[in-house]
Design a protein around this ligand. Structure first.
Ligand code: GLU
Length: 446
């Protein structure tokens, strides 16, 4: 069987086993198309059907979440935990509360998480969970009741050596606090079964900032390899959550000009660049209905442009930090036409497959999220280590370790993705992560 036929056979197999799950198929095929051509049919990775096995979650837990809203009405949601693989460590990955959450979304996220976590070099398996619950517009009491109802089922499937959830879209410090409080009530153990906790009860410094900071540390490494720096670079960022805000803060600290942030309704554009104080204001007002529009109004600075994205504005660097598939081919073309030479993903799978093909075929540098946004989960690994020894490390020492980890991940991408005179970061990240998982799978038998 030729290598091309191998990929074709794999694709047919995958699509027939997972019909309708388009996000999942997309994430797997992105990995498969860079991995499979690298290994002949008789290679042990192919013989042991490593990739096929990695696409099947170890376990997929689906449950009903029943709770009461402020009007006293009963609401019903769906909750899931996808425990994808514990080959190299306990299941690890965030929880997402968003109306778009379904099995396909969580399976793609859990699959990507395995590769990302393997790239960190830490003992972290891969998982993802969530619910089709929309936290927008809910009162604090409703959020608490929902988190407790969600944990009422989840607690029996997690634990510090089993599965350690964290935050993701719609799940931040407040939600983790409610989830952890209820976990503790149910199991009567103070243990690191969740990361992203508040500092007062086992949380870690730098966890909140880690994904955004890590993204910028990774970008610095990409630029360093070209004898370049972030100084005076014009940077477009999408999103306005944790990842986007802390990436913006760090980029500004490194001397870059951050021109934009965005949300589901439009984007904020400031041609002279946002300041650190501006980002602080936006973080402080993040629970507002539309903090970016409110910013433009309150500061008479910049413009909030409705129903559009920042892609296409003249810039050097683009950092998509919002959500999956926010960049389609037309956006990708607008990005490269506007002079951008580096794209690094802060969100998980923000570029669709056509956009990725466009970036890879262009001259630009393109880093996939499983490498460039691994800083968040890496810091979660450090939170777990602190919890297990009941210690607390300083902000500076953790920040330094985060920088070192991102540099190591970058190095792995270079080693596995080096082409003639450029680095294929997609190939590098996929191959480096895959080898760790494949070797662990074969050595552990079946
Ligand atoms: N949700 C984050 C991610 O996509 C963090 C996961 C974690 O810390 O477990 O990597």
């Amino acid at each position: 069987m030729s290598q091309h036929t191998g990929l074709y056979t794999f694709e047919t197999w995958l699509r027939s086993r997972n019909p309708w799950q388009t996000e999942f198929q997309q994430a797997v095929m992105e990995v498969a198309s860079s991995i499979l051509p690298h290994f002949e049919d008789d290679h042990p990775y192919r013989q042991y059907r490593v990739l096929e096995r990695l696409t099947e979650p170890d376990r997929l837990i689906a449950f009903r979440v029943v709770w009461q809203n402020d009007q006293g009405e009963i609401e019903i949601n769906r909750g899931w935990r996808v425990q994808q693989s514990n080959l190299v460590g306990p299941y690890k990955g965030g929880i997402r509360f968003h109306p778009t959450v379904d099995e396909s979304t969580l399976k793609f996220l859990a699959f990507e998480q395995c590769f990302k976590n393997a790239l960190t070099g830490m003992q972290l398996g891969g998982a993802k969970g969530g619910a089709d619950f929309d936290p927008k517009g809910r009162s604090d009491d409703e959020i608490r009741r929902f988190c407790q109802a969600f944990m009422q089922e989840l607690y029996r499937h997690i634990g510090p050596h089993t599965d350690i959830p964290a935050g993701d879209i719609g799940v931040n410090g407040r939600e983790i606090g409610y989830l952890y409080g209820h976990y503790k009530r149910l199991v009567n153990q103070f243990e690191g079964a969740l990361t992203g906790k508040e500092i007062e009860f086992g949380g870690s410094h730098v966890r909140t900032e880690a994904t955004g900071f890590g993204l910028i540390y990774f970008v610095e490494q990409m630029l360093k390899a070209q004898d370049d720096t972030l100084k005076n670079k014009r940077v477009l960022i999408s999103g306005a959550g944790n990842v986007a805000s802390y990436a913006a803060k760090k980029a500004i600290a490194k001397g870059a000009k951050v021109l934009s942030l965005s949300n589901s309704r439009g984007y904020l554009f400031v041609d002279e660049g946002l300041s650190d104080k501006h980002i602080e204001w936006i973080i402080a007002h993040s629970d507002k209905e539309n903090s970016l529009a409110a910013f433009a109004q309150a500061h008479q600075e910049g413009k909030y442009i409705e129903d559009q994205s920042p892609w296409g504005k003249k810039a050097d660097i683009a950092l998509p930090c919002a959500t999956q598939n926010e960049i389609k081919l037309s956006h990708a073309e607008a990005i490269t036409n506007a002079g951008v030479t580096l794209v690094a993903e802060g969100a998980n799978m923000p570029c669709d497959d056509e956009a990725i093909s466009h970036f890879r075929a262009s001259e630009i540098l393109y880093a996939p999220g499983k490498a460039s946004n691994a800083g968040g989960v890496a810091l979660s690994g450090l939170e777990m280590a602190q919890n297990s020894s009941f210690t607390r490390r300083s902000f500076d020492s953790l920040d330094e370790e985060l920088q070192a980890t991102m540099a190591e991940i970058h190095q792995k991408c270079v080693e596995h993705g080096q082409q003639k005179n450029t680095v294929d970061y997609v190939l590098g990240a996929n191959l480096a992560g895959f080898k760790v998982l494949a070797d662990a799978m074969i050595k552990q038998g079946y």
